[in-house]
Design a protein around this ligand. Structure first.
Ligand SMILES: [Zn+2]
Length: 410
């Protein structure tokens, strides 16, 4: 059978139109979860999905489902999608690509008059980024039963606004969440790393995601005057935090080639030039594809933090606020992605996802696969994030193939 085509230009144009919502001066996107701009992007998506003949609904955490009926309504849907929220200085493709590639699959099925056995649902997950409301991947996590609704609705941003109230305010608080079978889930995404580009491969056949642990650390010392307080009398929380930050980097270097470790946020109190810092809040992000190694990294972090606190006479509060284990994807879904790349003649390689994605939570409740396409210089979570129309179209073809494999429509 001949390969079904997708419309690469329509996909690109939709991406560019979506990127107008929250567009930044440097060519990126700022569309934080549950803001007015997030609402606008949701409305645009819903309008497009309805125009493509889908029925659109949303659940209690604001996940949107655009359903294209199948021949057999009793079959669980095959889902494809990603997220529309972004980092404060995010790019045009992270998340939006997975959503609009899935929409392009539906549009293409319409163009070709293809009826699938199972329904196909394009899904938009809420608050994937975890930037405004931590932790990340709340929408897919709630759908998969990782977070309960109370937990999700109770999250607050730095202004003290709650997830639940903001969701209601933008008009996307529906009823119920998850608890229904999903035939398969596929997510297309830019790689957000440099490997595909460096090896000149078009498609990353994602075999799974690495494990992650997120921590929050508060070090408390004593605020004091920067002049009259002798060095040996100080309990400087920032000095302790700096040693921890350096140790976190060392831990990442120690467990190469696969480990990653980051201190991404540090808040200093009272943050005044002539006051010895009395308190510092910092975050730590540790990642590794092997759970045993990740446990060693965890031990190393705790050990170091305790030693630093003791030496600096600081009070230490170290909390692991989030984690997920390394997640292998479903062999059949992986095979469907690989077969799609072969079928459409795209170069490909297997790859492990370095980032967290909604697919990681979905893998716990449904057969799941992911498709990566290259992004320029491997840069993402940055306004200069870029990808070529050709690669994005290629990933969409592979997504179409994978969805048809699982939904039955050939
Ligand atoms: Zn993303």
């Amino acid at each position: 059978m001949e390969n079904l085509t997708i419309d690469g230009k329509r996909l690109w144009d939709s991406l560019m139109e979506m990127a107008q919502i929250g567009a930044t001066a440097k060519g990126g996107v700022c569309r934080l979860a549950l803001t007015d701009l997030d609402r606008d992007s949701r409305n645009l998506f819903a309008r497009w999905a309805e125009a493509a003949g889908c029925s659109v609904s949303f659940d209690a955490v604001g996940n949107i489902f655009a359903r294209r009926p199948g021949r057999n309504p009793a079959l669980p849907p095959v889902m494809a999608g990603s997220h529309l929220d972004s980092q404060p200085t995010g790019g045009k493709f992270d998340g939006a690509y997975g959503v609009l590639a899935a929409l392009e699959v539906v549009r293409s099925l319409n163009d070709h008059g293809v009826e699938t056995e199972a329904p196909v649902e394009v899904v938009v997950w809420t608050n994937e980024e975890g930037s405004r409301f931590a932790p990340a991947m709340i929408g897919s996590g709630a759908f998969a039963g990782i977070f309960d609704l109370e937990q999700a609705h109770g999250l607050t941003d730095t202004d003290g606004k709650s997830f639940g109230a903001e969701l209601e305010r933008i008009g996307y608080k529906g009823e119920g969440c998850g608890g229904r079978p999903v035939g398969a889930y596929f997510e297309a995404h830019i790689e957000q790393g440099p490997i595909l580009e460096a090896e000149d491969k078009t498609i990353g056949v994602v075999t799974g995601a690495q494990g992650q642990r997120w921590y929050e650390i508060t070090l408390t010392g004593q605020e004091a005057h920067a002049g009259p307080t002798p060095m040996n009398r100080r309990r400087d929380a920032l000095v302790g935090a700096s040693v921890i930050a350096k140790a976190v980097s060392r831990i990442g270097h120690e467990f190469q080639p696969d480990a990653c470790s980051t201190v991404g946020m540090m808040q200093v109190y009272p943050n005044s030039r002539n006051v010895i810092p009395g308190r510092v809040f910092l975050t730590v992000d540790l990642r590794h594809p092997d759970d045993e190694v990740l446990a060693e990294m965890d031990w190393s972090l705790r050990h170091t933090a305790e030693a630093v606190a003791k030496r600096g006479k600081l009070e230490l509060k170290l909390e692991q606020i989030w984690q997920f284990d390394a997640t292998p994807f479903d062999p059949d879904c992986i095979a469907a992605v690989r077969a799609g790349a072969e079928r459409y003649g795209h170069t490909h390689r297997d790859i492990v996802s370095g980032a967290g994605h909604d697919a990681v939570y979905m893998a716990g409740i449904a057969p799941t696969g992911m498709i990566f396409v290259p992004c320029e210089d491997g840069i993402s979570h940055n306004e200069i994030e870029n990808a070529t129309p050709e690669d994005l179209a290629a990933g969409c073809e592979v997504l179409l193939h994978a969805v048809l494999e699982k939904a039955g429509g050939r």
